[in-house]
Design a protein around this ligand. Structure first.
Ligand SMILES: Cc1cc2nc3c(=O)[nH]c(=O)nc-3n(C[C@H](O)[C@H](O)[C@H](O)COP(=O)(O)O)c2cc1C
Length: 441
């Protein structure tokens, strides 16, 4: 693997990396100064982001500059404008934004300010996963420090640009990471996703123009201002530019969050960053981008990690949260746990999702317990096809259906064997006990 030119994680190992003093000593707030003092026009900032072809790091991989350009022209639309930062990070396996928020909070704040300037927003909300207490505290402390230094609030650095940043803790619901569920929650309501259209840029928070972006996406923006789009494009592949944060977990020797350029292979990440499959065992399967992406068999481990290549391999890049399973893992048990999560987190608005996630969970549960039926395999496929793609208000149903379909596709023989034997030979003892399931029903 070629040497990684780290910028996203360049500061995180410095002592007191979360403080304004350390951030400034390492070039912090220079992008904001450049934009406000030169000054750049807001459209210039958007243009750099467009030219860079930065894709959102929140899972869908949508082009960030294009998304920003959907915000209406302020000359024709006087409504207040908002930037909402999605720091809900609740997808199983995903743990990258947390590192940035805990160890480089000023990097996110500077990204928020420069991005808000580009979109002419004067209010930013950062919606943080409820369990992320340290992230919340670090960000709040950093905002306070920045405000004290004239970097947040009215007439920032003596310019005409004013911008407030408010923190909002979530309450531990995965659905509040979906951008419209997030907006409902921010408005103080139950986190029920809204039907789209209208899209947030047309009618978002309090029915005003809003852009929702992921933490890592916005963290890239100051670097784009300082180093330019060509530098960024040179780092990745044609369709996926820059570096990305990969959180690798599961049966590996060194789980963690690693910064990598698009174009590395899953094998390189597994072997060179994470030290390989643990205990000298063999690889069985992996989720390339979090538990909502298609499960891939070991034979796909040479897939190039970028949006197009992972899609061509039959999965999704998602949030680059690789979850690795060794040869001893039970696919039925993995799927029982995964579907238990989606069943629990479905908001219940759409019947396909509300009922479908529960059925999928129950079927995997009975397969692990040795009570599955041969026709259950086709039933799983039929149910999942009834839930996705794009059959519901939001993509939570897809997040449950996609791994289900891939598990049946690649591991049908193993699931059938559980049915035939009347037990799952690979499942751990607890997973097979009725008490365990009753506790999680
Ligand atoms: C059920 C569900 C949960 C989601 N959770 C998150 C999340 O925790 N963080 C995130 O950035 N995006 C999450 N997303 C994606 C967001 O809806 C949205 O696409 C993203 O915040 C846009 O930011 P980006 O363009 O910068 O990637 C989720 C989507 C769904 C359907």
């Amino acid at each position: 693997m070629k040497r990684v030119d780290r910028y996203l994680l360049a500061r995180v190992d410095l002592p007191d990396s979360h403080t304004l003093a350390v951030y400034r000593a390492h070039g912090g707030y220079q992008a904001l100064e450049q934009v406000l003092r030169k000054p750049w026009k807001p459209e210039q900032v958007t243009q750099v982001v467009k030219d860079s072809a930065l894709r959102g790091r929140g899972g869908a991989g949508f082009l960030t500059g294009l998304k920003w350009s959907f915000m209406p022209d302020p000359a024709k639309d006087p409504r207040p404008r908002y930037l909402a930062i999605n720091a809900d990070e609740s997808e199983p396996g995903t743990c990258k934004d947390r590192v940035l928020m805990e160890r480089d909070p000023h990097g996110l704040i500077e990204g928020c300010l420069v991005s808000a300037y580009a979109m002419r927003a004067s209010t930013v909300y950062i919606y943080v996963r409820g369990e992320y207490r340290v992230s919340y505290a670090r960000l709040q402390a950093a905002i306070d420090e920045a405000r004290e230094a004239g970097l947040v609030g009215r007439r920032i650095l003596g310019s005409d640009f004013s911008c407030e940043i408010w923190m909002h803790p979530g309450a531990g619901a995965y659905i509040c990471g979906e951008e419209t569920g997030l907006m409902e929650s921010l408005e103080g309501k139950r986190g029920h996703p809204r039907p789209k259209p209208p899209f947030p840029a047309a009618s978002g928070l309090w029915r005003s123009p809003t852009t929702v972006n992921n933490v890592e996406t916005i963290f890239n923006v100051p670097f784009l201002v300082l180093r330019g789009a060509d530098w960024f494009k040179a780092l990745g592949t044609k369709g996926s530019t820059g570096n990305f944060l990969c959180g690798i977990s599961g049966h590996v020797e060194r789980p963690g969050v690693y910064e990598l350029p698009f174009g590395v292979t899953a094998r390189e990440i597994l072997e060179q960053c994470a030290g390989g499959v643990w205990k000298g065992r063999r690889l069985k399967a992996f989720f390339p981008g979090g538990s909502s992406t298609g499960l891939l068999p070991a034979s796909s481990v040479d897939v190039v990690m970028d949006h197009d290549s992972v899609k061509a391999a039959g999965s999704m890049f998602g949030t680059a949260a690789m979850i690795v399973l060794d040869e001893t893992a039970s696919i039925a048990q993995l799927m029982e746990v995964t579907l238990r999560f989606y069943d629990h987190e479905s908001c219940g608005q759409c019947s396909q999702c509300r009922e479908g996630t529960e059925w999928l969970h129950q079927i995997f549960r009975r397969i692990v317990r040795g009570q599955g039926r041969m026709q259950d395999l086709d039933l799983l496929v039929s149910l999942a096809n009834g839930m996705a793609p794009a059959k519901t208000i939001c993509a939570l149903a897809d997040a449950a259906a996609i791994p289900t379909l891939s598990a049946v596709k690649h591991f049908r023989a193993e699931l059938e064997q559980c049915v035939r034997l009347g037990r799952d030979p690979l499942a751990t003892a607890t997973a097979q006990s009725p008490e365990h399931h009753e506790a999680h029903a």
